[in-house]
Design a protein around this ligand. Structure first.
Ligand SMILES: O=P(O)(O)OC[C@H]1O[C@](O)(CO)[C@@H](O)[C@@H]1O
Length: 391
């Protein structure tokens, strides 16, 4: 057995653990937020009540009539506590249940008025209309005075730190009355393979970017893609988004449309170029069903594996994609990133702020310094980030 498969799979069984707090506190808070944001009918309120009870006290149940979900191993976990099954699985299951509760998947069209209504849309739109999004646009003027290499690095870091505070994370931080992870400034990079990434890009044909959150993360992701296309670092980019709403703020096609329109409406040249790149196919969108599956990428289906294999480099954004990429396990932090991603069918970079327990690829002195300064808090506080690349 190797270090990578020996490491325990993360669950929420320990009441003092981070995953336990997500399942016990964050999910109920999210149900309340969604309930308050929409004039749902009695059926949806009843379903949300049932979900709240199940999520906190209950066990995993089969999702009747949901053949799509059956494919992800629900049978294996039926009857077990949400807190005991793999955290990666239970969190994803929660989002699927939430969408069922609000009628997102509908039924026959004539009886499914809420079908396709994104329960997180009000939060996403509020973010895109807020001060942080305005600051992102204002920062574009400052970029213009930099060299191309400086611009590229600034945009890479913008994309990286855009992942800092997804909406689900903010929800919990607000509850904790601790806003140190929600500020505008960047924190520490615990690993930085940025140079390795640039070396992979010159002449690279296709960049595959697996997006994470909408709004203030997706906008800098798109600005980075625009820059790489414009300066010939890549010929083509494929942006993988979620086929349906997920993990509160994860980007869907509708969110890409909103972000590009946002850039275009602000009168930026970036918005116009992205619009053209979408029109002529240099920027393509993809929404693979596995993107909303509760499994690590090591278990991805063959067609998705072939897509990653065909890309010159894949960039995985965000915490959840990192967990899925390396496996949601409690690794010794110095476990090499290259070992945990050895199965991946091509060069793969991770751009992630640290918002859950999983970590690999740390230098021993970095880990020692972090632990001495913060105990284990650095793993989940969102104040640290990493750029890791496996060529
Ligand atoms: O939006 P991101 O960066 O993927 O972060 C999502 C993360 O938030 C959580 O849901 C809670 O922090 C994690 O479990 C998850 O990995």
């Amino acid at each position: 057995m190797s270090e990578t498969t020996d490491a325990p799979v993360i669950t929420g069984a320990d009441p003092a653990s981070f995953p336990h707090s997500v399942l016990a506190d964050r999910h109920p808070a999210l149900i309340r937020r969604v309930r308050d944001a929409f004039p749902y009918g009695p059926e949806q309120h009843r379903a949300l009540d049932a979900l709240l009870k199940s999520a906190v006290e209950g066990t995993v149940e089969a999702l009747d009539g949901d053949a799509w979900w059956d494919a992800w191993g629900v049978a294996e976990y039926v009857g077990r506590s949400w807190f005991e099954v793999p955290f990666l699985w239970s969190e994803s299951y929660f989002y699927r249940r939430l969408l069922h509760a609000v009628g997102y998947f509908g039924g026959p069209p004539w009886s499914a008025p809420w079908q396709g209504v994104d329960p997180f849309r009000p939060f996403k739109l509020a973010e895109l209309g807020g001060p942080e999004a305005r600051e992102e646009i204002a920062a574009l003027d400052r970029l213009a005075g930099l060299t191309e290499a400086e611009q590229r690095t600034a945009l890479l870091h913008g994309s990286l730190w855009g992942n800092r505070a997804d909406l689900g994370f903010r929800l919990q931080r607000a509850g904790d009355h601790d806003d140190d992870a929600d500020g505008a400034g960047a924190g520490e990079l615990v690993a930085d393979d940025g140079d390795v990434l640039w070396r992979l890009l010159p002449g690279a044909g296709t960049l595959l970017l697996v997006a994470d959150n909408a709004g203030c993360e997706l906008v800098p992701d798109l600005l980075l893609v625009d820059h790489l296309l414009r300066h010939g670092h890549v010929e083509r980019a494929v942006l993988h988004v979620k086929p349906y709403p997920y993990y509160v703020s994860d980007a869907t096609t509708a969110d890409v449309v909103d972000a590009v329109r946002h850039l275009a409406a602000a009168g930026t040249e970036h918005g116009r170029r992205l619009w053209s790149a979408l029109a002529d196919g240099r920027l393509a969108l993809r929404a693979h069903p596995f993107s909303c599956g509760p499994l690590p990428y090591a278990e991805m289906p063959d067609d998705l594996r072939a897509e990653f294999a065909a890309a010159d480099v894949t960039v995985m954004k965000g915490d959840l994609n990192y967990r899925r990429l390396v496996g949601d396990r409690m690794y010794p932090p110095t476990t090499p990133y290259r070992d945990t991603t050895a199965y991946f069918p091509g060069p793969v970079a991770a751009l992630r702020t640290l918002k859950s327990d999983v970590i690999t690829g740390l230098a021993p002195d970095t880990e020692a310094r972090l632990v001495a300064a913060e105990g284990q808090r650095w793993r989940t506080s969102g104040t640290h980030a990493l750029i890791q690349v496996r060529t």
